[in-house]
Design a protein around this ligand. Structure first.
Ligand code: PLP
Length: 375
């Protein structure tokens, strides 16, 4: 028995579309497939402008440039997240200000954000953990009162919504990921979503090495030149062609993931009742995308034993994240606002189970082993 933690799902059309891109003879960025993917994202999220990037990390870096983050500025975010959430802003000289998470969703605790605001605060970066939406009403309200930008780290959030609004379509800017560990994939890949129309034009320029190349191609300017800072954030058409095959199947992929998620959830109800584990919580106002199925074990020692027991049964389960405020670079570049009680406790207790389209046949074995390991 060998059940991996993740296995990239292919819809079957990826190579066909790559062959079409090859046939079209356009391999650089912003060809037909990139345009299709951008339009699909705009349609599905309501974003004013969607721009494919080569990663979510790249989209977050673009967002930090667009937000005009300056050295010494402060950016509020959870500590319980992937490094790119913070790195994108540290690269611009900003100080990440880490706030604790809520024990139910593991998202940033919106009630602690106001206390973290200073004269230097420029932006709030909510991370939609496991594709479950943050309390965006409260966050947008705080941002409006203090004139801050909201940049959603929606790396895990495609096809999810909060109070009827798609994740990524709520803040001023948002970043998505199509890394192979996410729901909709292209190996490496991402997108920047621009919801504030005033930022759309500059986003195109930053993505095109600081040039007005996109406007030139549309015939809006008669020469193309260096007009701003920027870098190369475009993916090749080959990546976009692969991604298009995934977007076409986004509904069925999400349905299948949700079925797997629900099967786990039903199977572990009894374990939770008996106090052996806590299952994930999804608030009634959120529709999630089954990005992740995670359990909370009673403590670090029990989690370590649990992962080892599953491993000996051939099942791979993993934990994450080392809280950023406690990591070497986080201590050097960031600061903490308030206590990190839930971040520290839950990061020691959380374990993620295999969840990938195609594992349906093997899921009962995982469930059997999890129930045995949690005893
Ligand atoms: C995966 C992930 C990222 C990074 O995505 P890449 O596409 O690999 O750059 C950033 N933030 C969060 C919360 C993620 O889960």
């Amino acid at each position: 028995m060998n059940i991996p933690f993740n296995k990239p799902y292919m819809t079957g059309k990826e190579l066909w579309y790559i062959a079409q891109a090859h046939h079209n003879g356009w391999l650089a960025g912003d060809g037909e497939f990139t345009k299709r993917c951008n339009a699909w994202l705009e349609h599905r999220t309501g974003a004013r402008r969607a721009l494919l990037t080569h990663s979510c990390t790249a989209a977050l870096e673009m967002a930090a440039i667009l937000a005009e983050i300056q050295p010494g500025d402060e950016v509020i975010m959870p500590s319980y997240t992937f490094v790119s959430t913070a790195n994108a802003f540290v690269l611009r000289g900003a100080v990440p200000v880490f706030v604790d998470i809520r024990p139910d969703t593991l998202n940033i605790d919106e009630t602690l954000i106001e206390a973290a605001i200073t004269d230097k605060t420029r932006a709030i970066v909510p991370v939609h953990y496991a594709g479950v939406g943050c309390a965006m009403d409260a966050i947008m309200d705080i941002a409006a009162r203090y004139k801050l930008l909201v940049i959603e780290d929606a790396a895990q959030g495609i096809m999810s919504s909060h109070k009827g609004r798609p994740l990524g379509g709520i803040g001023h800017l948002a970043a998505l990921s199509f890394h192979e560990t996410k729901n909709i994939i292209s190996g490496e890949g991402g997108a920047l979503l621009v919801n504030d129309p005033e930022l759309a034009e500059r986003a195109e320029i930053i993505r095109e090495k600081g040039t007005n190349r996109s406007q030139f191609f549309r015939g809006q300017v008669d020469k193309y030149t260096w007009v701003d800072i920027g870098s190369s954030y475009l993916p090749s058409e080959l990546i976009a062609a692969f991604l298009w095959a995934q977007m076409e199947e986004a509904d069925s992929i999400t349905r299948r993931r949700l079925d797997i998620w629900q099967t786990y959830h039903d199977a572990f109800a009894d374990l939770e009742q008996r106090g052996k584990v806590c299952r994930p919580q999804v608030p009634a106002d959120s529709i999630h995308n089954a990005h992740m199925y995670q359990l909370l074990l009673p403590d670090l020692e029990k989690r370590t034993a649990f992962i080892a027991t599953l491993k000996s049964a051939g099942i791979s389960s993993v934990f994450h994240y080392v809280p950023l405020h406690s990591a070497p670079a986080g201590r050097r570049h960031g600061r903490v606002s308030g206590e990190m009680r839930h971040t520290l406790e839950l990061s020691d207790r959380l374990v993620r189970l295999p969840l990938w389209v195609g594992m349906e046949d093997q899921q009962n074995e995982v469930i059997r082993q999890v129930i045995a390991a949690a005893e």
